[in-house]
Design a protein around this ligand. Structure first.
Ligand code: GBH
Length: 439
């Protein structure tokens, strides 16, 4: 069926705190997720990342496993709390290159050092400058070998969940829009630093792209979709790619923030040209107007004017609807509104209840999910989207943040007592897709 270009990057993605464990090894300092997870009630079952998938000790066999699946790229994150000793990443990158796998490094995937949070975290402007220093240290150490950099992963989660709802670390209610701005400033400051340290590689950012749809064509519902699209997507895409915050978002949020933290020159820094753009896609969001103000528990400060509707049809173990047209539409929209720029799907995947039976995990639902989403990505390419690669989330079952180890996103099953890896049927299916160069 659908062939992909021979240059296409076939990848899988992970994040440091979700897989590494070894939280005190090599001088690693505590992160906000160590603190948050240690506080009862924050993470399901009291789970923490203390052992995770033990990848820190098992990286060599994990890289061999990636090679056996035929991956041509691997997206991992570098833990800022390990800044004092980056030896682990040095070994990881060398192992990847030895197996012909492109290293794609993300510099921030939710794991702020606790000492940075204690100084104000992302609500403090200084954090952006501390991040640029970290980027410089990582660039100096790995810049000769990393193929692509993502400055940040999903700053929406860091700001709206970390400083809004408090479902993510640090779980502190504060001016989440200050956090948005300082995250974006951190990104912008890191771009030239990484370019200087790593002239042969690409510099990018991984944003979550959620396709927001109105429940009807009624003006109130269309306006609800505009608000949520503004707060989920445009609040990040616009400053990074157009150098301005969307005027409607600034107006919509006037009751909760004055945006006084935006200083002259910041948007020029934030909109430093990129080589590529990463989009993480999981599910669409269906929204409409609220008849009377509602408190829906969503992370969006919309004054209760918006209702989030359930979509009909199947859902994953996260309760997220399965709709690959949302990925196609997101890629088309990003290209139309912000392109032309090379795109990568930096995360896409699904959690299901996976069990090992006679050494095998029959995750047919994940195969369907991945197949339909790759087909949707291919459709977007046929319509002119410059998509250069795809990273399945995730290589391994891992610590699913506030939901702990109960949600399994991996292509590879992890037994958390023995740390045994068992490639699921989806891993072998993905290997065959990569071998064929298409579906
Ligand atoms: C990603 O987050 C993370 O990068 C990754 O670490 C994580 O393991 C993976 O996905 C799976 O969760 O429903 O109102 O909250 C994705 C988180 C969830 C963020 C859906 C946007 C939609 C808005 N995304 N969310 S809302």
């Amino acid at each position: 069926m659908s062939g992909f270009p021979s240059t296409f990057w076939w990848g899988a993605a992970t994040a440091a705190y979700q897989i590494e464990g070894a939280v005190t090894a090599d001088g690693r300092v505590p992160s906000i997720w160590d603190t948050f997870a240690a506080t009862p009630g924050n993470v399901v079952n009291g789970d923490t990342g203390a052992r995770a998938a033990d990848h820190f000790h098992r990286y060599a066999s994990d890289v061999a496993l990636m090679a056996s699946l035929g991956l041509t790229a691997y997206r991992f994150s570098v833990a800022w709390p390990r800044a004092a000793n980056l030896d682990f990443y040095d070994r990881l990158v060398d192992a990847l290159l030895a197996h012909g796998i492109r290293p794609v490094a993300t510099l921030y995937h939710f794991d702020l050092p606790q000492w940075v949070e204690d100084a104000g975290g992302w609500t403090n402007r200084d954090t952006a400058y501390r991040f640029a220093e970290f980027a410089e240290a990582v660039g100096a150490r790995l810049g000769d070998r990393v193929a692509m950099w993502n400055t940040l992963n999903e700053p929406w989660c860091s700001a709206f969940l970390g400083y809004g709802t408090g479902v993510h670390a640090p779980g502190r209610r504060a001016d989440l829009f200050a956090a948005v701005h300082h995250l974006l400033l951190a990104h912008g400051l890191a771009v030239p630093v990484l370019r200087a340290a790593s002239p042969g590689s690409q510099v990018s950012i991984a944003l979550n792209g959620g396709t927001v749809r109105a429940v009807s064509a009624e003006p109130g519902d269309v306006d609800a979709a505009r608000r949520i699209d503004g707060l989920l997507n445009r609040i990040f895409f616009d400053p990074v790619l157009r150098g301005a915050y969307p005027a409607d978002v600034v107006a919509d949020t006037a009751a909760v923030t004055d945006w006084a933290f935006v200083r002259p020159g910041d948007l020029g820094v934030i909109s430093a040209p990129l080589d590529a753009l990463g989009v993480n896609y999981y599910q669409p969001d269906l929204v409409g107007a609220a008849a009377s103000p509602v408190e829906d528990g969503s992370p969006y400060p919309t004054g209760g004017r918006v209702v989030h509707h359930d979509l009909p049809g199947p859902v994953t173990d996260m309760g997220w609807p399965i709709d690959p047209t949302g990925l196609r539409d997101m890629l088309l929209r990003v290209t139309a509104d912000y392109g032309p720029i090379p795109l990568y799907v930096t995360e896409n995947g699904a959690a299901f209840v996976d069990t090992v039976v006679d050494g095998r995990v029959r995750d047919a639902q994940r195969v369907d999910y991945l197949r339909s989403h790759l087909a949707a990505a291919h459709e977007a390419m046929a319509a002119g989207v410059d998509l250069r690669g795809y990273f399945a989330w995730s290589l391994l079952d891992n610590f699913e943040w506030a939901l702990g180890y109960g949600k399994r996103f991996g292509l590879v099953h992890v037994d958390y007592r023995t740390f045994t890896r068992t490639p699921k049927d989806s891993a072998f299916w993905y290997r065959d897709v990569i071998r064929r160069g298409g579906l």
